[in-house]
Design a protein around this ligand. Structure first.
Ligand code: PGA
Length: 278
């Protein structure tokens, strides 16, 4: 994992936007995995600014969102459909047919989840997956005890997540109990992953994810199994990391590391591919 510590949320968000912009400049038809929540808000603002002022082009981009609340229609202001349109999509030139967000209102969740997984595969797989992290260490809505091999499915939200997200709703009782979410296994198939974390309320989860054991109790720790993860954290979220001197030393020696360090890029092979080749 490449851990990059920014002094502020703003600096972190601008660095994240640069990673996205470089991805799109290198591959204009890239497939992006997108996240909701407070953390990526400034990243999306910066992407809108880059689109308006510097011509960052989304005309060939495809996006897949991580999750959606079950039971909320796309027009509900608390839905992630609404969030994405109001914070990003309405301001950029992405074609509507290239936007995929899990449905919170399908009448057949099982079929929908299979279709969503297949759409990701048919689009060529996710080139860059953006992630936040929950205070309980979740990625997307993969709550503690989720299988690290899980796929897109319905998940019951943890009590701590319901409490964390109650701030977006009028009353805590309004927070849906279920969500449809990409699985940990789905996320790990992205070519590159960019995890963002801001604020000292995330410090424990960040330290557990980056430096703790790989465990389904902190589903973000599964990112340790991926070959190309950038963790962009601000100083608050980095507060409980024990190796900060090391991370900062690397960062200082290689300014702009995520963009400049050459990496061998191998498309990951599935177990089935390997078996067929053997
Ligand atoms: P937040 O949520 O960005 O609103 O803190 C992150 C998450 O729960 O994944």
């Amino acid at each position: 994992m490449e851990v990059l510590i920014s002094e502020s949320y703003d600096e972190m968000s601008k660095a994240a936007a640069q990673v996205v912009a470089k991805t799109l400049n290198a591959k204009p038809n890239a497939v992006l995995g997108l996240a909701t929540g407070s953390t990526p808000l400034s990243l999306y603002k910066e992407l809108v600014r880059l689109h308006r002022n510097e011509g960052l082009d989304f005309s060939q981009v495809t996006t897949f969102n991580l999750d959606e609340y079950v039971g909320l229609t796309r027009n509900n202001p608390q839905s992630y459909h609404y969030f994405m349109h109001h914070n990003l999509f309405q301001y950029i030139n992405i074609p509507a047919q290239n936007i995929y967000i899990p449905s919170g209102t399908t009448d057949n969740y099982e079929a929908f989840c299979q279709w969503y997984e297949q759409r990701i595969v048919d689009s060529g797989g996710i080139d860059l997956q953006i992630l936040g992290i929950g205070t309980d260490g979740h990625i997307a809505f993969n709550e503690p005890s989720s299988s690290l091999g899980s796929r897109t499915r319905i998940k019951t939200l943890a009590q701590s997540t319901i409490e964390d997200n109650a701030r977006f709703f009028d009353k805590p009782e309004d927070v849906p109990i279920y969500a449809i979410t990409m699985g940990v296994g789905t996320i790990l198939e992205a070519d590159r992953i960019l995890m963002l974390a801001s604020g000292d309320n995330k410090a424990k989860a960040v330290a557990a994810a980056i430096e703790g054991p790989v465990t389904s109790m902190i589903t973000a720790s599964a990112l340790q199994l991926h070959q190309d993860v950038i963790c962009l954290v601000d100083s608050g979220a980095a507060a409980e990391l024990t190796m900060t001197d090391y991370y900062r030393w690397i960062q200082d020696k290689q300014p702009g590391a995520p963009q400049t360090v050459p990496r061998p890029h191998f498309r990951k092979k599935s177990i089935v591919d390997r078996y067929l080749e053997s």
